[in-house]
Design a protein around this ligand. Structure first.
Ligand code: ATP
Length: 320
């Protein structure tokens, strides 16, 4: 449908202050065209604030946001409140109501019902859809105009495993047709397998960004080794440069970066007996928690009448 290339959105030095409270500050990231970019972070990190600025619904207090694909329903499709659909409308009626706004007709409604997997639910009223299906319908509505850019806030909240899979498939499908996606999530596990680029936010700042593969390399799974004596294995591994081994309370050694064959060969050379070696995959949200440890409770800006500050206070399943 479209040719990918360049950046669809550029966020440069962006800050937003609400009533003396800084929501985000000094934010820099780009949303590459033809890819899924996920803004990930805990509650209050600033995801919605950033997405609203990308959509032009709020102005940055500092810095600038550039959207190169243009504005309006034909250029940008958005999902901000997936629960705000009319409960008495059927799925098809919901799409038909918005079709004129998107400048499309009934054939496009039927096509979107199919691409989003909602065809079998076309005559079901919104009130009877589960939360994940309602989110999918909100996403289908945003897709009506086949916009070059999709901006989706908290898309995976309330989605069960099956709906999460559907939603991820729809996002990958949009990118597969040359579109661009910017999606926010509170859980890394929800987006890590669907995203090409991750921007991790914490307390209004970008704390990490890169590909899921880069994140995984920085947080490798460990192998948990039962050996006798464990301390001798730890020493032998360290001698060979594998210094990141942690002794577990049960006496087993959790080893990073060395594969099973290497561990066995080092153990054999050091006359250490190996009992078992099992993988200990790190959950993505353990990684997210380690990247977004709270640093402060609040960051109220100083004013003449207010000069006191509050005190500053794990497998990824990457399929591509
Ligand atoms: N209109 C507003 N007025 C005052 N403060 C606001 C406003 N909007 C957001 N904030 C504050 O800005 C910070 C970032 O909020 P934001 O909603 O962007 O975070 P979030 O990462 O989207 O969180 P969530 O996952 O809960 O939606 C929070 O401290 C929030 O209280």
């Amino acid at each position: 449908m479209r040719k990918a290339g360049g950046d669809a959105v550029l966020v440069r030095g962006v800050g937003k202050v609400f009533d003396q409270v800084s929501a985000v500050d000094g934010i820099d990231f780009a949303v590459p065209s033809g890819a899924v970019t996920a803004l990930v972070g805990p509650t209050g990190a600033g995801k919605t604030t950033l997405l609203r600025m990308v959509l032009g619904l709020q102005r940055p207090s500092t810095g600038r946001v550039e959207v190169t694909v243009g504005h309006g329903p034909a250029a940008v499709g958005a999902v901000l409140h997936p629960r705000g659909l009319h409960p008495a409308r059927t799925v098809r009626d919901q799409l038909s109501c918005y079709a004129p706004v998107a400048g499309v007709g009934g054939r496009r409604v039927e096509a979107v019902l199919e691409t989003t997997g909602l065809g079998t639910l076309a005559d079901t009223v919104v009130a009877q859809l589960n939360p994940g299906q309602q989110t999918r319908l909100a996403l289908a509505t945003a897709l009506l105009a086949d916009p070059p850019l999709l901006v989706l806030d908290d898309l995976f909240a309330d989605a069960d495993a099956m709906e999460r899979g559907w939603l991820q498939e729809v996002l990958r499908g949009h990118v597969g047709r040359g579109g661009t996606v910017l999606v926010s999530a509170g859980s890394l596990a929800d987006v890590v397998s669907a995203a090409d680029h991750l921007v991790v936010l914490s307390e209004g700042a970008v704390v990490w960004q890169g590909t899921p593969a880069k994140l995984r390399r920085g947080h490798p799974d460990r192998l948990v080794v039962a050996s006798s004596p464990s301390i001798a294995l730890a020493t032998a591994l360290a001698t060979r440069g594998f210094t990141d081994a942690v002794m577990r309370p049960d006496g087993r050694l959790a080893v990073a970066e060395a594969d099973e064959a290497t561990i066995r060969s080092i153990a054999e050379a050091a006359s250490v007996r190996i009992g078992s070696i099992v993988a200990d995959p790190i959950h993505p949200d353990r990684v997210l928690a380690s990247l977004t440890k709270p640093r402060r409770h609040q960051h109220r800006l100083p004013t003449p009448s207010n000069t006191t500050f509050a005190p500053a206070p794990p497998s990824f399943g990457v399929s591509r």
